[in-house]
Write a protein that binds this ligand. Structure first.
Ligand code: SAH
Length: 464
């Protein structure tokens, strides 16, 4: 099994410093299940690739597994030596441990910087199919290529095997790439070579910090990572949504019910943030203004990701801005972080010079708070006067309201909403805006898509 990591961030050979492995030498490492080798197939200033090759010893594995049961021959003849699995995660931890924890003796600054990275994994078992691979990696902002392998090249009529080679591309910190891989590769394989105990929950949460809580597939991820052990999965999910220690068993059931109710609420909001973040990453946005930022939920996610160099939140309500400031703990931020973020008070229905000079503007659940008669002004301010290359707008899909059990028929979701649109109404408005101001717009559903009424939230991504 082979993992290669390529960067074109210049000088590309700095990858050697980040990984703590010299590009000039091949190095080998003893691992609990065989050997790992690190080498660089290419190392120039423009482009550098590091390879981690694992040589798993199947005989040794069987000898070490005391009391392993099951089909005797399958202990010797199986895919374990050849595919990316939890062995790869262990190897990354051992061989690239420093990079995984975001440390570098010689390039501390670069460790914290998002750089263009490409990872190629051969061969990856995909239990759950291609759609599942996409559902795991795309919300994290990766561009993905999947190459399926035939079961047998001599017999193409047998069809595809459950194995593929995948290539992931994104601009992010190397530590984030490695943390995503150490969690998601074993999740795809859905098989672990060692017993999982509760310290695996700690490991999952440590490696999932900053991305797992808001991942739309977090339940499937926790379940598979923890080998479908329900109590561990429940503990992991509980700790993901609040930082407290798990409750004693007696209270667990009640706690679990409360949490489920809470989670349903959290999920849609998290999914919305995740969808907006991944659109911003996909479009290479560095300077972003969040208009109608409210209490700063999106801002908090943006600050955590260093790709975003300049972050401004604007809202008409001073109370919301105060809450945002508290949520972001602006007063406690380091000098450097504080320089990246600013909160401003202003209205979106009046032209504002401070809205110029951004790569993107986001209006998350804002338009429905603006009087229909003021929408033309909003359109002018955002798309004409400010006119960033990318504008992201989300709004409720009113058709979905019938699926909210607690919402009386015909009622809007929030008392300050001036309107809520159907998908056709939103798309009409957005297509008109795009046409009038030279943008293209694509629509994306957010949240579970109901075959009849669509998803609870709709998003339009405008670009030009
Ligand atoms: N984007 C946030 C808040 C959504 S609530 C989130 O997703 O959590 C809508 C926000 O839009 C409120 O904070 C409200 O104060 C703000 N807002 C409403 N009309 C506005 C206007 N004309 N100009 C600026 N902000 C406005």
């Amino acid at each position: 099994m082979l993992l290669t990591i390529t960067t074109t961030h210049q000088p590309a050979t700095d990858l050697g410093y980040l990984l703590g492995k010299n590009p000039e030498r091949t190095q080998s490492f003893e691992l609990p299940f065989g050997e790992g080798h690190v080498y660089y197939p290419e190392a120039t200033t423009e482009r550098c690739t590091a390879a981690l090759l694992l040589d798993v010893d199947p005989i040794g594995l069987v000898r070490r597994a005391q009391g392993a049961d099951g089909f005797a021959l399958s202990q010797y003849t199986n895919d374990r030596p050849y595919v990316s699995s939890s062995f790869l995660s262990v190897a990354i931890g051992r061989v690239f441990g420093q990079a995984l924890s975001g440390r570098s003796r010689d390039r501390a600054e670069l460790c914290e910087t998002a750089i263009p990275l490409e990872a190629r994994l051969a061969v990856l078992p995909i239990r759950g199919g291609e759609a599942f691979v996409r559902a795991l990696f795309e919300p994290l902002g990766y561009e993905l290529e999947i190459e399926r392998h035939q079961l047998d090249a001599d017999f193409p009529q047998w069809g595809d095997s459950p194995y593929c080679t995948i290539t992931l591309r994104a601009t992010l910190r190397l530590q984030d790439l490695l943390r995503h891989l150490t969690v998601l590769v074993p999740v795809l394989d859905d098989n672990k070579h060692y017993w999982v105990g509760s310290d695996e929950v700690d490991k999952l949460l440590a490696r999932g910090e900053g991305w797992l809580a808001a991942h739309p597939q977090r339940e499937a991820i926790a379940q598979r990572y923890l080998r479908h052990q329900r109590s561990l999965t429940r503990e992991a999910l509980a700790r993901l949504t609040d930082d407290d220690e798990p409750e004693p068993i007696a209270k667990e059931d009640e706690h679990h019910r409360q949490e489920e109710a809470l989670e349903r609420k959290l999920t849609l909001n998290d999914q919305r943030l995740q969808a907006v973040l991944s659109a911003l990453r996909r479009h290479g946005v560095r300077r972003v203004v969040d208009v109608g930022c409210g209490e700063g939920r999106l801002l908090r996610e943006l600050v955590r990701d260093r790709t975003f160099e300049r972050i401004v939140g604007m809202d008409v309500s001073p109370t919301s801005l105060e809450r945002a400031s508290a949520r972001l703990r602006i007063d406690e931020l380091s000098e450097r972080r504080r320089a990246r973020i600013e909160l401003i008070q202003g209205s979106l229905t009046y032209r504002d010079k401070r809205l110029a000079g951004f790569d993107a503007a986001c209006a998350v659940e804002v338009i429905e708070h603006i009087d229909a008669t003021r929408l033309a002004a909003f359109e002018h301010v955002l798309f004409e006067a400010a006119g960033p290359a990318c504008v992201i707008v989300t709004t409720p899909n009113v058709e979905y309201n019938v699926r909210f059990e607690t919402l009386p028929a015909g009622k809007l979701r929030h008392r300050d909403h001036r309107f809520e649109w159907t998908r056709a109404e939103f798309e009409d408005w957005a297509n008109g805006v795009a046409q009038r101001h030279g943008y293209e717009v694509v629509f994306e559903p957010i949240g579970p898509v109901d075959p009849e009424v669509g998803a609870p939230t709709q998003m339009g991504v405008f670009t030009r």
